[in-house]
Design a binder for this molecule. Structure first.
Ligand code: FAD
Length: 430
């Protein structure tokens, strides 16, 4: 009796924007008889990153900014595993079950690598110990918890200089993440001090440090200048052409010499590829990102695809696409189409993406946006930001939950309570 032919197996590593949308598109394009789809991630949800800062400041319930992978996909098999190594010559991926430490080898016919990025941590003294990241739900809620702890400590501190240091937030790096953290956290702290009779608006300082001559490098200069002007008017100290030479538990030393006394330092100065790529033996550029052909296949491989933040994918002129959610989603969908083409013996097509634009919320119901070349700023941009993200949210239930969160936030006063994520060292909770 002839053995039935094994179905091709498509394995997707990383269920973030790029990987999850790739799996969803494959489910729609490929019948169950054509191929098996396996999606692997170390966590069973993906984060709506553009809403992460709002989850941190309390405008949104943190749970509403994550999407359950199991409810996002229908037919694909999901495995919660940590990817440790890719063995391209053997056609397999080495993974580990984090709970038990058990090794699991997964074989593939097509491999889609969508492992995202990690925060770039250059060797700045004190950065690893004292710099906070903004890359996970725990980071967002932890920053809020820390801010509230600083408010409570400042409220009980009689020394004015110490109070100012406790309520000084320094954000390093002023692209989308940094600018949004600075803008939203300034609005958060300013709102909070109204509930503390012993504190005043003057006790709060937010400093935004950017190495280049302007903030929001991904946006047009005109919009970035508007954002800088708005932030400065609100009292945010925007320092351009500046960087940080050291961070310690009481503040930062700027490269130009001055010292800023600040108990909270957020590091938002860039991303780098996930470490697992370094042990994959696949072609990478000088920064470590996967080098891909125009159809999204990793250079030199017929059956390995690189999408999202971890890969360098370029337009027809050779310009790399930016590391954004918008590009990750569209690369994921395009990779799915090309894999379907290959399974059906058809040629692949290059991935051409025309950017729909960029949006940034800056707190205090203001923002900046550039949509299909049209520049918008102020309240209209903030309103557009919320509308666009609400429309793009997967699932009706999530849309309603987020719309409710935003409505309730307009109607009721915020409450400033810690969620217990930030614990000072030595506090075992007893
Ligand atoms: C705070 C913040 C705000 C942002 N705001 C915007 C914005 O306003 N607009 C915009 O377009 N973009 C924004 N971005 C960027 C955007 O979120 C990313 O470009 C997008 O998430 C990239 O998608 P991805 O699928 O490549 O990576 P991710 O979404 O990061 O997904 C990668 C997945 O891989 C998994 N993974 C990684 N390593 C392993 C491993 N070893 N084993 C198993 N699983 C692993 C991770 O758990 C994750 O689920 C923001 C990013 C941040 C951090």
């Amino acid at each position: 009796m002839a053995t039935p032919m094994r179905k091709p197996r498509i394995v997707i590593l990383g269920a973030g924007y790029a990987g999850a949308y790739c799996a969803q598109k494959l489910e729609r394009l490929i019948s169950p008889d054509e191929a098996e789809i396996t999606l692997i991630d170390r966590q069973n949800y993906f984060i709506i990153y553009p809403l992460l800062v709002e989850a941190g400041t309390g405008s949104l319930e943190p749970r509403h900014t994550v999407v359950s992978i199991r409810s996002f996909i229908r037919r694909a098999e999901f495995k919660m595993l940590r990817v440790e190594r890719i063995e391209a010559a053997a056609g397999r991926v080495v993974c580990r079950l984090e709970e038990s430490g058990q090794r699991m080898d997964i074989e593939y016919d097509h491999l889609v690598i969508a492992l995202g990025s990690v925060t770039r941590m250059p060797p700045v003294p004190g950065l690893k110990e004292h710099g906070l990241e903004m890359k996970s739900l725990a980071d967002a809620v932890g920053l809020r918890d820390r801010a509230i702890r600083m408010l409570e400590t400042a409220a009980a501190t009689p020394d004015p200089a110490e109070r100012k240091s406790l309520l000084h937030l320094v954000v390093i790096g002023a692209n989308f993440t940094g600018a949004e953290v600075a803008g939203e956290m300034e609005a958060f702290l300013r709102g909070a001090v109204r509930q503390y009779p012993s504190l005043s608006r003057d006790d709060v300082t937010v400093t935004l440090v950017e190495r280049s001559p302007r903030i929001l490098g991904a946006l047009e200069a005109e919009l970035a200048d508007y954002a800088t002007m708005k932030m400065r008017r609100r009292g945010i100290d925007v320092r351009l052409n500046e960087s940080v030479s050291a961070i310690d538990e009481r503040g930062v030393t700027l490269a130009s010499g001055p010292r800023l006394e600040a108990r909270t330092v957020v590091w938002a100065a860039g991303i780098e590829p996930p470490p697992v790529l370094a042990v994959s033996g696949l072609p990478r550029d000088e920064r470590g990102y996967l080098v891909c052909a125009r159809d999204l296949r990793v250079q030199g491989f017929d059956n390995i695809w690189g999408i999202g933040d971890c890969a360098v994918n370029t337009d027809a002129a050779g310009r790399p696409y930016p590391a954004t959610a918008q590009h990750g989603v569209r690369e994921g969908i395009h990779a799915a189409r090309n894999i379907a083409c290959i399974l059906r013996g058809r040629p692949t097509t290059p991935c051409d993406i025309v950017s729909q634009g960029s949006l940034a919320a800056l707190g205090c119901r203001t923002g900046v946006a550039s949509i299909f070349g049209v520049k918008i700023s102020g309240f209209a941009a903030w309103w557009l930001w919320r509308t666009v993200y609400l429309m793009k949210m997967p699932g009706l239930a999530r849309k309603i939950r987020i719309a409710m969160d935003w409505t309730l936030e307009l109607l009721f006063r915020r409450e400033y309570v810690q969620l217990g994520v930030h614990k000072p060292k030595g506090d075992a909770g007893r």
